[in-house]
Design a protein around this ligand. Structure first.
Ligand SMILES: Cc1cc2nc3c(=O)[nH]c(=O)nc-3n(C[C@H](O)[C@H](O)[C@H](O)COP(=O)(O)OP(=O)(O)OC[C@H]3O[C@@H](n4cnc5c(N)ncnc54)[C@H](O)[C@@H]3O)c2cc1C
Length: 437
């Protein structure tokens, strides 16, 4: 028989794990696996806050695709269209014209993007926290603002530079806020001109609680910890505008800030709009528990999806519930999906995905955390330790695990790095200036 061609769209948590398993289980006579992603790496998003906070080198929070996926064909580009009727995808490589590629099976895993709202000024002033680029930028930006605040004699410029706003109190927002504040507080040791009380860290959350992934008491504990660190936590409050960095909140609060981080949820990748796959009211690809794409009662043969872009029924809950967008589900779904694709290719029946969400672990800065796993609640150092060991065990590849542990060990003995490499964001500036003279 001719080898089947399996096209994997996106090499994130779902795509990388699915491709790895498919390429290990299927011989080259059975299938070829082609993986398309515009990035040369998978981003282990749960480590973004620690990478931003300087406890992990940003390079170690990502996993190089070509090193891990040696038995797959890796294409650097974006899938811009899928016509599943014709079993054809259009790829825009990072250079050169678009091309079409035919496939037998497609794994649709482009994940999600930040879910924004039409808030005046947000597009111009805001930044998300989903990519390694955003994490590195934010770290350099915050450290540079400490330099601005230390250098200026204008109290208004200083106040604005030292006001950091995070919108959205899910784990991404809370961890990013807590890690960045922890890093900035540590960095202030080297800034005799500044005091910790000069900084203002603001959390804006539209609902009455944070961390909806854990019980209310754990959310309340988290708020208490942030308040103890003199953070300005505003629940039941919305960002109304931030034109030119002038932040206006629904509770009447108004102040200026150079840092507005938007972490108020995600929505499925807009790339799905250029496909003929069925979607639900939240624009996710509709799936069966087997991870096969389904249109009503009709299984779409050869189409599979999982992760943040897919509506996968959660069989551990009453009907009508779907798996949450989390790495925990994405990785397990990827493995089940790969096994199901292998089963179908070999003429067997696919099996349902069923996993009871184990809970959540969140870091609130060095030695601080909150965790609720299988109903067991932990706070402080044990939760933080659990967060670290859990994610270290989950990041793909032995190579990355070792590098992350070495980073942590070095940070333990030598303290974290607090140098800003802002030049990275405009590396040609000096050369361009020199060549003008
Ligand atoms: C800061 C942060 C912290 C988090 N912490 C946790 C945590 O502690 N625990 C937890 O369970 N979850 C956590 N999550 C959520 C978790 O990371 C996501 O649920 C998970 O990454 C979803 O996996 P995915 O494969 O669907 O998408 P992703 O991992 O985002 O992968 C999508 C991939 O598709 C690629 N892609 C996009 N468009 C295209 C295209 N057109 N063509 C080709 N490729 C494309 C992207 O480049 C990317 O590589 C966190 C998320 C963030 C942002």
């Amino acid at each position: 028989m001719n080898p089947k061609r399996i096209l994997v769209v996106g090499a994130g948590h779902v795509g990388l794990y699915a491709a790895l398993r498919l390429s290990k289980k299927l011989s080259s006579r059975e299938a070829e696996v082609i993986v398309v992603d515009p990035q040369p790496h998978m981003t282990y998003q749960p480590f973004l806050p620690e990478a931003s906070g300087g406890n992990i080198s940003p390079r170690h929070a990502v996993v190089p695709l070509r090193r891990e996926l040696r038995r797959c064909t890796v294409v650097a580009g974006a899938v811009t269209r899928i016509d599943h009727e014709r079993r054809t995808a259009t790829i825009q490589p990072i250079v050169g014209p678009t091309r079409e590629i035919a496939y037998d099976h497609v794994v649709v895993a482009p994940g999600s993007v930040s879910r924004t709202l039409p808030i005046p000024g947000l597009h111009e002033q805001g930044i998300g926290f989903k990519t390694i680029g955003e994490a590195i930028y934010l770290r350099n930006h915050v450290l540079e603002l400490l330099d601005v605040a230390a250098a200026t004699t204008d109290p208004e410029v200083r106040r604005r530079a030292l006001t950091f706003v995070f919108v959205g109190g899910g784990y991404a927002g809370i961890e990013a806020l807590a890690e960045m504040e922890d890093m900035a507080r540590h960095a202030l040791k080297y800034y005799p001109e500044l005091k910790a009380s000069d900084m203002r860290w603001v959390l804006v959350e539209a609902t009455q609680r944070v961390l909806p992934e854990v019980d209310r008491d754990m959310g309340a504990y988290t708020v208490q910890q942030l308040l103890k660190r003199d953070m300005d936590v505003r629940l039941d409050t919305r960002l109304e505008s931030c034109v030119d960095g002038v932040v206006k909140l629904s509770d009447g609060g108004t102040f200026s800030s150079d840092t507005i981080v938007w972490t108020a949820g995600v929505k499925p990748s807009p790339m799905l709009d250029a496909t003929d796959f069925p979607r639900d009211d939240r624009r996710r690809v509709t799936c069966l528990p087997t991870l096969q794409v389904v249109d009503g009662d009709r299984v779409i043969e050869g189409a599979w999806s999982a992760g943040d872009c897919a509506a996968v029924p959660d069989l551990t809950k009453p009907p009508g519930n779907y798996c949450s967008p989390s790495a925990q589900h994405a990785v397990r779904q990827a493995q089940r999906m790969a096994d199901n694709i292998v089963a179908v290719i070999r003429g067997r029946e696919p099996i349902d995905y069923k996993h009871k969400h184990a809970g959540s672990v969140a870091s609130l800065g060095l030695h601080k955390g909150v965790a609720q796993v299988y109903g067991i609640k932990m706070t402080g150092w044990p939760a933080w330790f659990m967060h670290r060991t859990y994610h270290m065990s989950r990041i793909p590849s032995f190579n990355r695990k070792v590098r992350v542990v070495v980073d942590w060990t070095l940070a333990f003995f030598l303290k974290r790095e607090v140098v800003a490499l802002g030049q990275l964001h405009d590396p040609r500036e000096d050369f361009a200036e020199a060549s003008r003279k």
